[in-house]
Design a protein around this ligand. Structure first.
Ligand code: KIV
Ligand code: ZN
Length: 512
C-alpha cells in the first residue's frame, strides 16, 4: 500500500455549498492558484453541470492550474458527466468525480429509485465516464449510512468498470472515528478488487469529528486520500479541515508514517484568502490558522517557550506561514517592494494593470494608516468593491454625520453600471444610515442576515473588515469590505454583496 496521502481539496465545490460562501469565477481561480501553490494533489473546482457559471469556473481553473489534478463533480448521468469532461478539456490532469446515493433513506425518499436501479446507474455512469477521462472517482453518497452488503456490491462493480478512486462519504457527519475507520477497513477487506482503487474519506463535521473520522479512515481503514476544505468550510458544520488534517499527519509522522506533497508554508495565506473571500471569519482559537493558535498568554507558558520552544509548541508557526506580525511596508515603500511582498504572500495578480491598481490602493491606505501589515495587504488585494471596471457596483466616497442626541445621516457616492450615483439617508447609526442610502437607490429588497466587523490586525489602528450577508429570493451571498473607517468598510461590504447577488442573478438568467 502506498505511503503517500493524497490531499483532495473541495473548498471550491463542497465548501462553496455553504450558504453565503458562493464565489465568483475570478475568486475561484485566485483560490485555485493558492491551492496549487500549497501543492494540493487534487482541486475539486466545482460542479460543471450545475450552472453555466460553475461550468465556466471549472473550465477556467482547468485551463489555469498546471500542477494539481483538476476535478469536477457530476451526478451519475451522461449529461452531467459529459459537461464535466467538456469543462475539464484544458486540464493537464483531469478527474471526473461522479456520485449517486446508496443509503436506503436517500434511494427511497430522495432518488425514488430501487437499489437495483441505483446499482445499474452507478455502473453505467462509471463506464460512460471512463470513456471520456482516465481518472474517475466514484462516491456512494451517504455511503456511511448505507447497507454494507449493498455498498460492497456497488463498489465492486464500479471498480470493475474502471473507477480509480473510491470515496466513502459520511455525508451527514454521523460517524465516530473507530466505527468509521473500521467501516472503510471492512469494505476494503470484503471487496475482492478493492486493491485496484485508491480509497478516500470524505467527512462532514456535524458532530465536530470530521478530522478525527478522516484520520481514523486513514489509520484504521487504510484510506490514502482525504477530502477536505480550507478552514473546514462547507455545508452546515462544514467539512474536514485541510490545515488540521495535514498538520496532524505531518506533526505525528511517527504515528501515521505517511508522506504528504503539501507545502505547508502556504497554509495561512490560503486560510486568509478563503476567509476574506467568503466572509467566513476564522475563530481565534481555531487550530493551526486561528489568531491564537501560536499565542502564549499565560506567564508560565511564555516563560517555557522562551527557554525552549518545544515545551509548549508541537509545530513551528513559520511552517504553516506565520511570520511575526511585523511592519512590512510603509508610506515610502516603492512599487517593487510592494510587488515582492505580494509574491512572498503568495498573491499573484494577473496583469501590470492589476498590480498598478493594487499599488495605488496601497499608497492611499499608507497615507491614512502609518503601519501596513501583511493582513492589510491581503485585505487590500481581495477588496473587489473598489475595482470599478469589473463590478456592477463600486464604492467611490462617503460622508456621514453622527452626534450624540442626533439621528445619524450619511451620503454615499458609488457607481452603478459605470454611472455615478449619490444617495443619502439617515439611520439608527452611521453604518445603518450608509447602507440605507445605498439601498434607497438600488432597491434590491434583500434581507440582511448577518453583519460582522473584525479588526484585521488587532488594535483600533487596524483596518476594519466587515462581512455583510444578504438573502434574496432564496439566494444567500456574503460581501466583504475593509477600510480603516468601519463605516466605509461596511458600505464596501454591502456593495460587494450586491455585486454577488447581481452576478448570481445573471448566472441564473444565463441558464435560461
Ligand atoms: O458529502 C457528500 O456526500 C458529498 C458527495 C457528493 C461526495 O459531498
Ligand atoms: Zn460533502
Amino acid at each position: 500500500m502506498s505511503d503517500k496521502l493524497i490531499i483532495f481539496d473541495t473548498t471550491l465545490r463542497d465548501g462553496e455549498q455553504s450558504p453565503g460562501a458562493s464565489m465568483t469565477r475570478d475568486e475561484k481561480v485566485r483560490i485555485a492558484r493558492q491551492l496549487e501553490r500549497l501543492k494540493v494533489d487534487v482541486i475539486e473546482a466545482g460542479f460543471a453541470a450545475s450552472s453555466n457559471g460553475d461550468f465556466d469556473a471549472v473550465q477556467l481553473v482547468a485551463n489555469t492550474v498546471k500542477e494539481s489534478t483538476v476535478c469536477s463533480l457530476a451526478r451519475a448521468n451522461d449529461r452531467d458527466i459529459s459537461r464535466a469532461a467538456e469543462a475539464l478539456k484544458g486540464a493537464n490532469s483531469a478527474r471526473i468525480h461522479t456520485f449517486i446515493a446508496t443509503s436506503a433513506l436517500h434511494m427511497e425518499k430522495k432518488l425514488r429509485m430501487t437499489p437495483d436501479q441505483v446499482f445499474e446507474q452507478a455502473k453505467q455512469s462509471v463506464r460512460f465516464a471512463r470513456n471520456l477521462v482516465a481518472d474517475i472517482e466514484f462516491s456512494p453518497e451517504d455511503g456511511y449510512r448505507s447497507d454494507p452488503d449493498f455498498l460492497c456490491r456497488v463498489l465492486e462493480a464500479v471498480i470493475h468498470e474502471g473507477a480509480t478512486t473510491i470515496n466513502v462519504p459520511d455525508t451527514v457527519g454521523y460517524g465516530v472515528p473507530e466505527l468509521y475507520g473500521n467501516f472503510i477497513k471492512s469494505l476494503r477487506e470484503r471487496i475482492p478488487n478493492s486493491d485496484k482503487a485508491i480509497w478516500s474519506v470524505h467527512c462532514h463535521n456535524d458532530l465536530g469529528m470530521a478530522v478525527a473520522n478522516s484520520l481514523a479512515g486513514v489509520k484504521i481503514g487504510g484510506a490514502r486520500q482525504v477530502e477536505c476544505t480550507i478552514n473546514g468550510l462547507g455545508e452546515r458544520a462544514g467539512n474536514c479541515s485541510l490545515e488540521e488534517v495535514v498538520m496532524a499527519v505531518k506533526t505525528r509522522r511517527d504515528y501515521f508514517g505517511l508522506e504528504l506533497g503539501i507545502d505547508t508554508r502556504h497554509i495561512l495565506a490560503a486560510s486568509r484568502m478563503v476567509s476574506q473571500t467568503t466572509g467566513f471569519v476564522v475563530q481565534p482559537n481555531k487550530a493551526v490558522v486561528g489568531a491564537n493558535a501560536f499565542a502564549h498568554a499565560s506567564g508560565i507558558h511564555q516563560d517555557g517557550v522562551l527557554k525552549a520552544r518545544d515545551t509548549y509548541e508541537i509545530m513551528r508557526a513559520e511552517d504553516v506561514g506565520w511570520s511575526a506580525n511585523k511592519l512590512v511596508l510603509g508610506k515610502l515603500s516603492g512599487r517593487n517592494a510592494f510587488k515582492q511582498r505580494l509574491n512572498e504572500l503568495g498573491v499573484q495578480l494577473d496583469s501590470e494593470a492589476e498590480i498598478n491598481a493594487a499599488f495605488a490602493r496601497f499608497k492611499e491606505l499608507a497615507d491614512r494608516k502609518s503601519e501596513i501589515f501583511d493582513e492589510d495587504i491581503l485585505a487590500l488585494v481581495s477588496d473587489e468593491s473598489v475595482s470599478q471596471d469589473k463590478e456592477h457596483f463600486a464604492f467611490v466616497s462617503l460622508a456621514q454625520h453622527s452626534e450624540t442626541g442626533e439621528r445619524p445621516h450619511a451620503r454615499v457616492v458609488f457607481t452603478s453600471g459605470g454611472h455615478e450615483i449619490q444617495s443619502e439617508s439617515d439611520g439608527n447609526g452611521p453604518v445603518d444610515a450608509s447602507l440605507k442610502a445605498i439601498e434607497a437607490h438600488v432597491q434590491s429588497g434583500a434581507e440582511m442576515v448577518l453583519y460582522s466587523v473584525n479588526a484585521i490586525s488587532g488594535s483600533t489602528e487596524s483596518q476594519g473588515e466587515v462581512t455583510v450577508r444578504l438573502q434574496n429570493s432564496g439566494r444567500v451571498v456574503n460581501g466583504t469590505g475593509s477600510d480603516p473607517d468601519i463605516v466605509v468598510a461596511s458600505a464596501k461590504a454591502y456593495l460587494s454583496a450586491l455585486n454577488k447577488l447581481q452576478s448570481k442573478a445573471d448566472r441564473v438568467a444565463a441558464q435560461g
